[in-house]
Write a protein that binds this ligand. Structure first.
Ligand code: UDP
Ligand code: MG
Length: 321
């Protein structure tokens, strides 16, 4: 079995060489144990970095015969960079891991074992979130609960550290969606799966590449790519408001027609205008989110464009597939 390791890199120049060195070391150990083939390899995906990441990748590709570089034409985000790597990697099993090695590569061996035991998907799961600050941990946990509440299948405390077998990769290729949230998508594939647990470390070098905006974007994708519950909630809320409006309408008519204390009220006119206006705008915003998704999906734009590679073997694999 040939193992491929995919590493998305966005401005990872400072730590990349060390990262590849460490991954190579662990990989060599697994190769030596005879569980994976000697031609197991690494795929470094440069997600449109602005620093010298691509130069470093080229240098690494020249140095190690089993390291290949893929350069995206611009920054497309972590999820798309992962997908690009998954598409190019030619292993019988592919592991995705972050370039900062926060996810413990020592459990790679356990992942391979779990795969050899018949699991097409092996999830890397964080044992605890104690290393995170409260400000990062709390929203993350609330977010996972929210996703579960909305019916999105998700593995708690699993990020994008996982092993996928060739069958799972083939299945994944059947999903053409543009708003990619792999964490939600992979459990949908089915297949036998296993989890390996690890402790998350501190970043190897550099700062987090996930800006607040990117985290927020990923969070929104997680909900709206997998759940239409928010849409249904709007519909339910709309029905409630409608019923209330009818009741109030009858009451107003009753006061106006059958009593003599009907003051031409300013409040009763202005208040509903504001209330309904607010509700409508909120609802429209949410509906708009889905409409935007439909729009993007129907365009069927490519999710990433590979500019160049240090090898042509990914193309060769595709031709034989
Ligand atoms: N990354 C990427 N494109 C981006 C942002 C991040 O390819 O637009 C990569 C980054 O280089 C790293 C991984 O995604 O290998 C995870 O990013 P990071 O470690 O900064 O996220 P955090 O661990 O802070 O959530
Ligand atoms: Mg990280």
């Amino acid at each position: 079995m040939r193992l491929s390791i995919v590493i998305p890199c966005y401005n990872e120049e400072p730590g990349l060489i060390e990262c590849v060195r460490q991954v190579q070391q662990v990989l060599a150990g697994i190769v030596a144990s005879g569980r994976v083939a000697a031609d197991s390899n690494l795929w470094l995906v440069d997600d449109g970095s602005r620093d010298r990441t691509w130069e470093v990748i080229q240098q690494l590709a020249a140095e190690y015969p089993n390291v290949f570089g893929v350069k995206l034409s611009r920054n497309r985000g972590h999820q798309n960079a992962l997908l690009a790597g998954l598409n190019c990697a030619d292993g019988d099993a592919v592991v995705t891991i972050d370039a900062d090695l926060q996810d413990d590569i020592d459990v790679l061996s356990d992942m391979v074992d779990a795969h050899l035991a018949g699991n097409e998907v092996v999830y890397g799961v964080r044992r605890s979130r104690n290393q995170d600050s409260f400000l990062k941990r709390w929203p993350a946990q609330r977010y996972y609960s929210l996703l579960r509440l909305l019916g999105v299948e998700i593995i708690p405390d699993h990020s994008d550290y996982r092993l996928l077998g060739r069958e799972a990769l083939r299945a994944l290729a059947e999903y053409p969606e543009s708003n990619l949230f792999l964490r939600g998508l992979i459990p949908q594939l089915g297949f036998p799966s296993a989890r390996v647990y690890y402790d998350r470390k501190v970043r190897l070098a550099g700062d987090t590449k996930y800006s607040l905006g990117k985290i927020f974007g990923l969070g929104i994708d997680g909900v709206t790519s997998f759940s239409s519950v928010p849409l249904r909630m709007i519909a339910a809320f709309g029905a409630l408001v409608f019923v209330a409006t009818v009741l109030v309408g009858f009451w107003v008519l009753y006061v106006r027609l059958f009593t003599d204390h009907a003051t031409p009220g300013w409040t009763s006119i202005v208040l509903p205008i504001y209330a309904l206006g607010g509700i409508q705008l909120l609802s429209l915003g949410l509906v708009g989110e889905y409409v935007a998704k439909i729009y993007l999906e129907t365009k069927r734009r490519p999710r990433f464009i590979i500019e160049k590679m240090t090898t042509d073997r990914a193309w060769r694999r595709r031709e034989t597939d």
